[in-house]
Design a protein around this ligand. Structure first.
Ligand SMILES: [Zn+2]
Ligand SMILES: [Zn+2]
Ligand SMILES: [Zn+2]
Length: 323
């Protein structure tokens, strides 16, 4: 069972989720990624479906599943208890970590990643995200849903089989609230529509521009080969995006992740989908961050929130640009 605790220094919530770690040596580096093998078959591979809780949703291609959504066995957010904040004295505030935590297994094949998806399937995966977000939006108490993919050990993936997660949360997380504030500060036009225009004009940070989807190494990149992928169609909620734009975004991710692997190497990365919190109608433009985990985060970055990026985004974009 998880609990939210408020950090009064930052005003941000922390989720304390126990139940995952069972032994102190689970923290040792070698155990961070749960390796699978003959004695420990992969629970996400075809034939082992009974090792996960029953699927909430299954997408099929030619009679076999191509994507499964299953509940997370160790949910960080679970239950429907309202987010009532309890104060234990002047500095200890906690609340139930209610919500939804799901895993989406997006490929039958074990040793692949988003870069290996075919065009059709990339569209199916994005459509599945839309369907889940619509479902979460209808769930009382879920205010925001964070969709992510962790690829590789350095990015936090605990299982090698390609999968992502959807975390339906009872509050709007600080990172998203800050982005919403950024959109509000930029008056007169949409911030990301303007970024797309400015990056196309500048031309030196574009890594993909096709079918109404632009991918750039943003001007303000905080990490080597960081990318921002955004549809041209202005829409705050991914759940309201047109199917063609979702499919084109899925294909754009295949292409840029494929080039990242070919030209930089099979590096770990996080995909982070940012969309408006459920039922918000503020200015926003949904997008996907590609955050390669090449450089480790040190004390300065942790202490200040100021990244030091050792590869300038113009150089990164030149490396990742179409041949
Ligand atoms: Zn597998
Ligand atoms: Zn826009
Ligand atoms: Zn964002």
């Amino acid at each position: 069972m998880s609990q939210l605790r408020l950090n009064p220094l930052t005003g941000r919530w922390v989720t304390v989720a126990t139940g995952r770690v069972t032994r102190p040596d689970d923290f040792s580096r070698d155990r961070q990624a749960v390796e699978t093998g003959p004695s420990r078959p992969c629970p996400f591979c075809p034939g082992h479906e009974e090792q996960t809780p029953p699927a909430l949703e299954t997408y099929e291609t030619s009679g076999e599943w191509s994507l499964r959504v299953v509940p997370n066995r160790f949910p960080a957010f679970a239950g429907t208890e309202p987010m009532t904040v309890h104060n234990l004295g002047p500095v200890f505030s906690h609340a139930p970590a209610s919500g939804i935590h799901e895993v989406f297994v997006f490929d039958r094949r074990h040793d692949t990643g988003w870069a290996d998806l075919d065009d059709h399937h990339a569209g199916v995966v994005m459509a599945a995200l839309r369907d889940r977000l619509e479902d979460h939006a209808k769930t009382t108490g879920v205010r925001y849903t964070q969709a992510i993919v962790n690829h590789g050990r350095e990015a936090g993936a605990s299982l090698a089989h390609p999968h992502g997660q959807l975390l339906g949360m009872p509050f709007v997380p600080g990172e998203v609230a800050e982005e919403e504030a950024g959109f509000r500060r930029f008056t007169g036009s949409c911030l990301l529509c303007t970024v797309a225009e400015a990056e196309r004009d500048a031309g030196v940070r574009v890594v993909h521009d096709a079918d109404g989807v632009l991918a750039v190494c943003p001007f303000w990149s905080g990490a080597p080969f960081e990318m921002l992928v955004m549809p041209d169609a202005h829409e705050g909620h991914l759940a309201r995006a047109a199917s063609a734009d979702l499919a084109a975004t899925g294909r754009a991710l295949c292409q840029v992740l494929g080039r990242l692997r070919d030209r930089v190497g099979d590096v770990s990365y996080n995909l982070v989908v940012h969309t408006l919190p459920h039922r918000h109608e503020d200015p926003f433009h949904w997008h996907v961050h590609v955050l390669p985990r090449i450089q480790s985060v040190g004390g300065f970055e942790q202490g200040t929130g100021v990244p030091i990026n050792i590869v300038d985004p113009e150089q990164a974009a030149a490396t990742l640009a179409p041949a």
